[in-house]
Design a protein around this ligand. Sequence first.
Ligand code: GLP
Length: 247
Amino acid sequence: MGVKAMRIYRVKDYEQLSKVAANRIAAQVTLKPDSVLGVATGSTPVGMYENLVKMYEGGDLDFSQVTTINLDEYKGLGKESSQSYAYYMEEKLFSKVNLNRKRTFVPDGTEPDSEKACQAYNEVLHRVGPADIQVLGIGHDGHIGFNEPADYFPDETHCVALDEMTIQANKRFFESEAEVPGESYTMGIGTIMRAKSILLLVSGAEKAGILKKALYGPVTPGVPASILQFHPDVTVIADEEALKEIE
Ligand code: GLP
C-alpha cells in the first residue's frame, strides 16, 4: 500500500479539475444508481457541482436513488444560515437535481449538545454508509472534513475546535472573523477511511506545500490528510499549480 495506491490526475486548471471530478461522480452514479456519495463543501468542489447539475439538466444523470452524506457542519449554524454547509449543499446541489431529500444527510449544526449531534450523525452513517466514494478537499493545515491536526486520528463523528489557520481561511465566507463559529461537527477519519474510494480535489498554488506533505510526507495526525496514503483506492485530481512542488 502506501502512496503507490494513489492515482494522481494532473489537470491544467480549476475548470478541468471540475469537469474530471464531475465525470468521476457521474460514472459512479451511472454504474451504481443507488450509490452513497460522501460529499464535501468549501470552494474547491463548487465547479464539480456545477458540472453535475449541467449533466442532470441535460438528462445524462439521475440522482433519484442516490444517498449523500456530508463531511461536516459548523456548530451553531442551520440551513437557514447562508454560511452553513446545509445551505451550501441545498444551493449548489440538492435543490438543483432530483435527489430525494430523505436521503441527504448533513450533521445537525443546530443541535447544541455535541454528544447528541455526533451520536445522531454516527447512527446515520452506520445505517447508510460506507460511502461508495468520498469527495474531499484539503485545508491549508492538512485537515480533511474538519479533522484538524491532532495527536491521534479520530475515528467517528466528533466536535472540533477550529484552528486559527482554518478560521482565517474560512472567514472570507463570513461578514467578519468574529462570526466564524469556533467549533464544528465532523465525520471522523475512521469513517472517511472506510469509504470504498476517495476523490481528493486540490487546486491552486496555496495548497502545493500541504499537498506534497500529505501525499509524500510521514503519515501523522499532525497532517490529517496524510492518512490517505494508507487507503487502497485514492484518486487525487489536482491542477498544475497545486502540483508544482511534486515531481
Ligand atoms: C473547509 C472544509 C473542508 C474543505 C477545506 C478546504 O474548512 N471543512 O471540508 O475541504 O476547508 O476548503 P477550500 O476548498 O475552500 O480550500
